[in-house]
Design a protein around this ligand. Sequence first.
Ligand code: SAM
Length: 254
Amino acid sequence: MTGRLAIVGIGPGAAELVTPLATETLAAATDLVGYGPYLARVPERPGQKRHASDNREELARAREALALAVLGRNVAVVSSGDPGVFAMASAMFEAIETGLEAWKSIEVTVVPGVSAMFAAAAKAGAPLGHDFCVISLSDNLKPWDLVLKRLEAAAVADFVIVLYNPASKARPWQLGEALDLIGRYRASDAPVIFARAVTQADEHIELTTLGRADPSRGDMRTIIIVGSSATKLISRGAGEPFVYTPRHVELAET
Ligand SMILES: C[S@@+](CC[C@H](N)C(=O)[O-])C[C@H]1O[C@@H](n2cnc3c(N)ncnc32)[C@H](O)[C@@H]1O
């Protein structure tokens, strides 16, 4: 008998940002599959089996989950943020597409979650209030030239730009190059938000400008939002300014 498989987004960190549907789906599963630190965020339940794996093993993890589901288990694959954003949902569908024919008959659901970009934006105000574009800086799964091409197009088109996976020990220089490239098309006072470990115990949100942005502040727990020419600050007496992008674009005078 074929089981069920759910790919569940558990949000950026805070327990309050795990949706009721995600909580319900995780509680109903017989087996939880995922990257160890993400599984550790899910409350233990008696009788439920955990299958932890390393972060780099997405396709192997997906196949393991499908092999369990095809045996009749009720499997939940745990993913951080939203599972469809640079995460497990795509890996699962790739494994289904390229795997055993029987895997295509498994009932699969994707349970959305709060993506890090939305949690980060909410901390700063509303920087994603108008057109924006989301780019992963990781060149593990695509060539760096393609990252640069997309970044340049986004910068030229004046999108607010959200950068995921900005830097790691193995990728120390890419963020600096990315910010330099955006800076060729955007004013040096464009607001930039470095949001690290959003909604987690060691959360750190830093508001700076493109001209002052320090690439060494980015790591694998950071998301970066670069404002467009329309993104504004509202200064206030105490606390950081609010950052927002208006919902309308001023028409250029003709
Ligand atoms: C593999 S992607 C997963 C994204 C996730 N699916 C989402 O929707 O947020 C991992 C990257 O997401 C970003 N990220 C995830 N959680 C974060 C958090 N709590 N604070 C800041 N950035 C986060 C970082 O850029 C990290 O390198």
